[in-house]
Design a protein around this ligand. Structure first.
Ligand code: C5P
Length: 317
């Protein structure tokens, strides 16, 4: 085969707790990550020259080394020089549907798709843990994106434990096109504002342990109870992003006030806000209501649902 087409789904964070800072500059996290139906399509082809080329239908997406998908191909070429020499270069086409810089792991899932695609193109036969380990060197969310579904992520976000699949929850996503939140900024600001108190003050640590705890939402996920999951949504980064971005706070409040919304939360470092629903009909109704409540061309809204997979091959030639 000289060409593969892959589906690369986005993710949302049902839970994101910042436990502490780490010597490597990252933060120790407990997250619950969930794949969603909103996805990009990634095509990878072998080409005769020994170069890596990236094309994308979205003008904001870079096609050079600053694109994580490019770096994923470069990593494979470095790790497997014999296969690179044998099969030649790689051309990557990204059909972008996932909003960029949105807290939905759009770049990470593209990189995961490139790892899976090149593994197939070059007949490497890598295992899921091997692909995840390679992904971890590219970014904290890349390992999850490989197999997707529902998982607890700890460490930097790269240590994964699968949870039972959730395939019955409907979602509305809202994102302002022109609004981007820098992930390093969000974590740095969190550390500056809240880091000292909980990392070094044991009293505060105890108070915090009572305030948020992933156990309750893990139980709700195991019970596959959408209402209970929605009640236990949590994201520490809301504490810094919502005050700095009043539009995101307003969107979250508008979602929270709609009938049928089980719960609402910002995903990752934002600025995307999501709301959970029992049915597609309710989700579609609320999408229309939010569009009427916030008259703003800049606001993108999507209906999607939880899905049980990560990167998936859809065709090969
Ligand atoms: O791993 P990734 O490149 O996606 O992370 C982007 C940025 O988010 C990091 O440079 C860091 O500033 C922040 N981050 C963090 N702790 C994590 C994950 C990300 O501080 N566990």
């Amino acid at each position: 085969m000289r060409s593969y087409s892959l589906i690369a789904p986005a993710k949302i964070n049902l839970y994101l707790e910042i436990i502490s800072d780490r010597p490597d500059g990252y933060h120790e996290l407990t997250m619950i990550l969930q794949s969603i139906g909103l996805a990009d399509q990634i095509d990878v082809h072998s080409i005769s020259t020994d170069s890596i080329r990236v094309h994308c239908n979205h003008s904001q997406v870079p096609t050079d080394k600053s694109n994580l998908a490019y770096r994923a191909a470069e990593l494979m070429a470095m790790q497997f020089p014999e296969a690179f020499a044998q099969y030649g270069g790689v051309e990557i086409n990204i059909n972008k549907q996932i909003p960029v810089a949105a807290g939905l792991a759009g770049g990470s899932t593209n990189a995961a798709a490139v790892l899976v695609g090149i593994d197939l193109l070059w007949k490497l036969g890598l295992t899921q843990p091997e692909l995840e380990e390679l992904g971890g060197t590219l970014g904290s969310d890349v390992p999850f994106c490989v197999a997707g579904g529902t998982a607890i992520a700890t460490g930097r976000g790269d240590q994964l434990s699968p949870l039972p699949s959730l395939d019955n929850i409907y979602i509305v996503l809202g994102k302002y096109r022109s609004l981007e939140v820098s992930t390093p900024w969000a974590y740095k600001t969190y550390r500056e504002q809240f880091g000292d108190s909980y990392i070094r003050d044991s009293d505060n640590l105890a108070a915090r342990a009572n305030a948020v705890h992933s156990g309750a939402i893990v139980k709700a996920v195991v019970d596959k109870d959408p209402g209970e999951i929605a009640q236990k949504l949590h994201n520490d980064l809301e504490r810094v992003v919502l005050p700095a971005y009043p539009q995101v706070l307003q969107l979250r409040e508008v979602f929270a006030n709609q009938e049928g919304v089980l719960g609402t939360m910002m995903s990752g470092s934002g600025p995307t806000v999501f709301a959970l629903f029992e049915s597609q009909q309710q989700a579609e109704l609320v999408l229309r209501q939010v569009r009427e409540a916030i008259i703003n061309e800049d606001l993108e809204l999507f209906v999607t649902r939880t899905i049980t997979h990560g990167i998936k091959v859809v065709s090969s030639v």
